[in-house]
Design a binder for this molecule. Structure first.
Ligand code: FES
Length: 207
């Protein structure tokens, strides 16, 4: 009984701790991400829990590493961008479809050159804006990861070939004409991120 009360309190708080985080530094390891805890729940409990904001520990996220968490049954990428990754954003501005993200695929406090609250930390839905596949990291410049020789690093969708830069902006001449969506999020402290909830008075991206 005591356990049930605790469970309800935790669910009602509309906030859940990180269930699964996968650290990625590149390559195709993201495809192995899975969410076994959620799948073990009854459908109603799963739906309620899935909609709740997700609290993530980012204190151990080194430059160049990415974590994946689940929010509303979608993968959320949290990438700690290196100085080189950030520099590439300026470099590729002429190659992306919507360089200033005018299509409002982010909360208003991420309407800036890095599409983020903190310049180094990208928080974005890992859902391709063409048809909903999950792209994979292709962080290495050049053709080392079977990309074109002029590849600047970013993400590639293996379904129909859309590509995105290190801020989730869609490259031109692919099937995705919208940037990846930045979900509502805010920082609780230096090392704690809450995905699924904006700071007060901040207008969110569409969902
Ligand atoms: S779903 Fe990503 S390119 Fe089609």
């Amino acid at each position: 009984m005591k356990t049930n009360r605790k469970t309800h309190r935790e669910t009602d708080s509309r906030r859940r701790s990180l269930l699964v985080a996968v650290a990625i530094t590149g390559g195709s390891g993201m495809a192995a991400a899975a969410f076994p805890f959620l799948s073990s729940l009854a459908p109603s409990a799963r739906a309620k829990l899935s909609a709740a904001p997700v609290e993530v520990d980012i204190g151990d996220l080194l430059p160049g590493q990415m974590k994946i968490v689940e929010w509303r049954a979608r993968p959320v990428w949290i990438l700690n961008r290196t100085a080189e990754m950030l520099a590439s954003l300026t470099e590729v501005s002429g190659r992306v479809f919507d360089p200033e993200s005018k299509q409002k695929q982010q909360p208003e406090n991420c309407e800036n050159a890095t599409r983020s609250i903190r310049p180094n930390l990208l928080v974005v839905l890992g859902v391709c804006t063409h048809f909903g596949c999950s792209p994979v990291p292709r962080f290495e410049r050049g053709d080392g990861e079977k990309m074109p020789a002029d590849w600047p690093g970013g993400f590639a969708c293996q379904c129909h070939g859309a590509t995105f830069d290190f801020s989730g902006r869609a490259f031109k001449n692919t099937l995705a004409a919208r940037n990846l969506e930045v979900p509502p999020h805010r920082y609780l402290s230096e090392n704690r991120l809450l995905v699924g909830e904006n700071a007060k008075n901040i207008q969110g991206a569409k969902e």
